[in-house]
Design a protein around this ligand. Structure first.
Ligand code: FMN
Length: 346
């Protein structure tokens, strides 16, 4: 295994074996108001949405997690199986490993075997700066071909880069490279944070580019700082273990990030809400704050390491819980859920 492969392997193992959640789950501060007279039938609820011109049968995205080392192929296959079964969106983890090593391509491209309505590729934003525009265009086309991607997520992960021992904290010129990419490519670019959220100011800057959507990737669930803390400990690196612990809870909460992006973009940019979504009720909470879809990562990881059946079971529960929350708020459609009454303690 090369350095990137073993890093991917360690990330997944740590996410499965250790408690890497933010200390507080901010979804507990978002309370949907119970509607004692919903005046709708649960079976009449329509969960369908359109996201980036694709029809999804439920407003759920399986968020970017893996690819690029041997076990990732099975995980991505099981996630794709569930995404196709429920006709929801799915992202793969950073495709950088397969750009470096052809032999790893199938750990991502396996998802092409499944009828996933919205397949999302993934690359770290700092790569765009390191590559420059010309190389970026070439690599992005390779990433699209690899999974027949309908969209590409550019991942902002500077918290991780700054606490990781081999991190590349090159943020200078990032916004400009993202803007150039979004101008030049004919498939939608999603800008995705990966645990530290999006501020009003950053959302405003992104709104001035031609990107197609924002995944707020906020603080609440998986903390990459925590993952890097445990990783550094595994490598007896006290310096980075300390940094990972110090920044464990760094960031803007996912609920606050949704509100920030909604306000900054005046509702004109699709918002995906990833970060701490534990179940369908959290997904409903995210949508009630203005998100178009909810992204789930960690909760899908464990079942996806077991079997297709376990993965299907978890997603089925999430969608059933979302439907139940929609019923109890009297929301017959996802658009109506966006207007549901909600109390927010943030
Ligand atoms: C093991 C693991 C690997 C991840 N790799 C990536 C990645 O390559 N690119 C990315 O944009 N996000 C990545 N993420 C972040 C997730 O997409 C998501 O933003 C984050 O885990 C928060 O969601 P959660 O609380 O549901 O886990 C990864 C998450 C996990 C758990």
């Amino acid at each position: 295994m090369d350095q990137i492969e073993s890093r991917k392997d360690e990330h997944v193992r740590i996410a499965l074996e250790k408690d890497v959640a933010a200390s507080h789950n901010y979804w507990d501060d978002v309370i949907l108001t119970h509607n004692a007279l919903p005046e709708i039938d649960k079976n009449g609820i329509d969960l369908k949405i359109k996201l980036l011109n694709k029809t999804l049968e439920a407003p759920i995205v399986i968020s970017a997690m893996t690819g690029g080392y041997h076990l990732a192929k099975d995980i991505n296959e099981r996630l794709a199986y569930a995404a196709a079964d429920f006709q929801i969106a799915m992202g793969v983890g950073s495709q950088r490993a397969a750009l470096k090593n052809e032999n790893l391509k199938d750990t991502y491209s396996v998802i092409k075997d499944y009828d996933v309505p919205l397949r999302i590729g993934n690359i770290g934003a700092s790569q765009l700066v390191i590559w420059g525009h010309k190389k970026t265009m070439d690599y992005i086309h390779q990433m699209v071909d690899m999974i027949d991607a309908h969209a590409i997520a550019v991942c902002l992960n500077f918290l991780q880069e700054v606490v990781q021992f081999e991190g590349e904290a090159n943020a200078k010129g990032c916004l400009q490279e993202i803007a150039k990419l979004a101008d030049a490519i004919d498939i939608p670019i999603i800008v995705k944070e990966s645990g530290a959220g999006i501020s009003f100011g950053v959302a405003k800057q992104l709104a001035e580019t031609n990107i197609a959507a924002i995944d707020v990737g906020g603080l609440s669930g998986t903390s990459f700082s925590a993952i890097e803390h445990f990783r550094a400990k595994m490598h007896f690196d006290g310096y980075h273990a300390r940094g990972g612990k110090t920044f464990w809870d760094w960031g803007i909460s996912t609920p606050k990030s949704i509100l920030n992006v909604g306000e900054a973009t005046e509702g004109n940019m699709p918002v995906i809400s990833t970060g701490g979504i534990r179940n369908g009720l959290d997904a409903a909470r995210a949508i009630s704050l203005g998100a178009d879809a909810a992204g789930v990562a960690q909760v899908m990881l464990k079942p996806a390491t077991k079997s297709k059946q376990a993965t299907i079971f978890e997603m089925d529960m999430i969608i059933k819980e979302l439907r139940a929350a929609m019923f109890l708020t009297g929301s017959e459609t996802v658009e109506k859920l966006k207007c549901a009454e909600v109390d927010v303690w943030i």
